[in-house]
Design a protein around this ligand. Structure first.
Ligand code: KG4
Ligand code: ZN
Length: 346
């Protein structure tokens, strides 16, 4: 298999079938040369988990099992290719919900074995960065990446497609977690991020919420304090029988968090001397964050890239994009002992 894998490094046209099942989206894509998406089928379980107020891991795993075969057929049909046209199988092996990941990993292993194809093990975070390659055909490293999702908040210096350094990370909660928790306390449906984004447009950032000042000089983040501050604010007001203005709370929280993210991302560009900033991950869909990054980048003469909205949140096309550059670098080849991992180092 090593030989077949090596052969792909020099092949002009590489067709990757990629699989993503780390949380509540079952997705399979066919991606050509890491940049061209021939198909990207996403079956979202949002409606199923909404009634529980968040993702129930066991329910997610069962729904992945039910969905995955049909999605595979649909991904091939939409791409107008057959199994025989595929050069490699790529799969998210972590980070994520272990039971959910296992469905994708085992499906990928079965495909790779039966079709005698190289199996590429892709980290979910690298996939999120890959979302930018399919959104912007001219984007190449080096760049600084602001990685913001339900599981991560980090700033990375991406020197080459697979050569990156962590410049800053959260010391507690991921920013998406904070969005979801604040939404929950405001009685908004899951997933909370898009709901806060929408509601904030109707309010004013009139309430003073702050992020911890102890990390002011570093590129690390902390979102647990502001999350608790919002929860306490709501509980105090409710206990006193006072009205709360949900839109103002959403706007105030979002304003504070997005300022912190944008300010540190820009500072990371300045400190590393790289005038290219890329945002990745579900929170990258936030309209206020994008506004601030666009504005600040313009002021500082930094080129700014964000993925097309549908590639911001979890999807398999981004995994295919990342896998292509792993193949070109000769890394990531897995065998049938590949296992799912709940945590993966950035
Ligand atoms: O990248 P993603 O789909 O999954 C993970 O890898 O975690 O990110 C999901 C997170 C959730 O916390 C969701 O609330 C948040 O991204 N999100 C948003 C927006 N759209 C999704 N947060 C803020 N504003 C949005 N528009
Ligand atoms: Zn994700």
């Amino acid at each position: 298999m090593q030989e077949k894998f090596e052969g792909l490094r020099h092949k002009n046209e590489v067709l990757i079938l990629s699989i993503e099942s780390s949380c509540d989206e079952t997705s399979i894509a066919v991606v050509k040369n890491g940049r061209e998406v021939l198909s990207n089928i996403v079956a979202s379980q949002i409606e199923i988990h909404r009634r529980f107020g968040g993702v129930v891991p066991e329910v997610a795993s069962r729904n992945h099992i039910t969905a995955i075969s049909n999605i595979f057929d649909e991904a091939l049909a939409t791409a107008k290719v057959t199994k025989d046209d595929i050069d490699a199988i790529a799969v998210t092996f972590g980070a994520g919900l272990i039971g959910a990941l296992l469905v994708g990993v085992n499906f990928a292993k079965a495909l790779a074995y039966s079709l005698d194809l190289p199996l590429i093990a892709v980290s979910h975070v690298h996939g999120h960065i890959g979302a930018n390659y399919i959104s912007h055909s001219s984007l190449t490293p080096p760049f600084v990446c602001l990685m913001v999702s339900g599981g991560h908040s980090a700033i990375l210096k991406v020197d080459d497609y697979y050569d990156m350094t962590l410049l800053g990370t959260t010391v507690d909660d991921a920013v998406g977690e904070a969005f979801d928790k604040v939404a929950r306390v405001l009685g908004l449906p899951y997933p909370g991020g898009p709901e806060i984004d929408r509601l904030a447009k109707e309010g004013q950032p009139s309430i003073k919420f702050n992020v911890s000042s102890s990390l002011k000089n570093s590129l690390n983040f902390s979102f647990s304090g502001i999350k608790t501050a919002v929860v306490n604010y709501v509980h105090n007001k409710t206990q006193k029988g006072e009205e709360i203005n949900k839109a103002d709370i959403a706007s105030s929280f979002q304003e504070c968090v997005t300022s912190e993210l944008a300010e540190k991302a820009i500072r990371a560009c300045q400190q590393s001397g790289i005038h290219k900033l890329v945002v990745a991950g579900g929170v990258g869909a936030n309209s206020r964050l994008k506004e601030k990054l666009t504005e600040n980048c313009q002021k500082e003469n930094i080129e700014f890239f964000s993925p097309v909205l549908k590639y911001c949140t979890d999807n398999a096309a981004m995994i295919g994009a990342a896998a292509f550059y792993m193949i070109k670098k000769g890394i990531g080849l897995a065998d049938l002992s590949l296992s799912a991992k709940p945590n993966v180092d950035l």
